[in-house]
Design a protein around this ligand. Structure first.
Ligand SMILES: [Mg+2]
Length: 271
């Protein structure tokens, strides 16, 4: 007779479920197992460009059925943070609909006149004018928030400058560093946990990066699984001063064991 704790799953999106818009083999079976067994899960992304609805549609095109409510972005985490810090506030936003929608949904006023915050997210159309406006507002006392610290993102043609790089530009001019809400800030995990209604001790985080996914997972008190289907490989993972609870080739290895991903003996070994 089993009385094991049912696990909840937080998982990174890129490098874990999809890779450059293609399904990671077996990710569909893994997600189906979670859904079919009513296991709580949330898909996390530092990308603030898209709304959960956009992302749901993009994932569906790769063959993944993820409900909109099971997607947690750095834009949503940023909105949650601001709603708790200063409800009904105002912000000047440099970003896309993923971010502006999230802020509208918490009742924020978006303005370029004396806002409480400058909120920087990711876009593919950073404008000199908008960045200049953000700089001047920060100089005039607006608090500086950025959705995520990633300096670059991947594309088929090469690196793309991302939120962290533009934040560095604003910081260099103003001398004011932003507060980053997304991974590796464990705030991102905690707000996802709360949205899921899950507890840290019965939740695990699956990610493909040691420096963001595994780090923020363990700092939020979760068990962690590093998958090798994305950025990290076994050798580079060993160089970090912290380790995941378990390393797996991909989420395909979790199919069939989502009820007991560490096994009782493995759990004792890793303790
Ligand atoms: Mg990733």
């Amino acid at each position: 007779m089993s009385n094991e704790t049912p696990w909840n799953f937080l998982m990174d999106m890129d490098g874990v479920l999809v890779r450059e818009e293609h399904l990671v083999p077996g990710a569909d079976a893994f997600v189906a197992e979670l859904r079919d067994n009513g296991i709580g899960f949330m898909v996390l992304t530092n990308n603030s460009i898209y709304t959960p609805r956009d992302l749901q549609a993009r994932l569906k095109r790769t063959g993944l059925e993820i409900p909109e409510a099971s997607i947690w972005t750095s834009a949503l985490a940023t909105a949650r943070f601001l709603d708790e810090q200063r409800p009904g506030g105002s912000a000047y936003v440099v970003g896309e609909s993923g971010l502006t929608t999230a802020l509208h949904n918490i009742g924020y006023v978006l303005t370029d006149r004396d806002p409480d915050y400058v909120v920087l997210g990711e876009t593919r159309t950073y404008s000199f004018e908008a960045i200049t406006r953000a700089i001047r507002l920060v100089e005039n006392g607006a608090r500086f928030i950025a959705t995520n610290p990633d300096e670059k993102g991947p594309s088929r043609e090469g690196s793309l400058p991302a939120t962290g790089a533009v934040a560095a530009l604003i910081e260099r001019v103003t001398g004011r560093a932003p507060y980053y809400v997304g991974k590796p800030n464990p705030l991102m995990m905690r707000s996802a946990l709360r949205t899921l209604g899950a507890h840290s001790e019965s939740t695990l985080m699956i990610g493909d990066r040691m420096d963001t996914d595994v780090r923020s997972g363990l700092e939020a008190g979760l068990q962690t699984i590093l998958v090798l289907s994305g950025i990290s490989d076994r050798d580079t993972a060993e160089l970090f001063p912290y380790r995941p609870t378990k390393v797996m080739n991909s989420v395909a290895d979790l199919v069939g064991i989502t009820h007991d991903p560490f096994g009782t003996t493995a759990a004792a070994e890793n303790a």
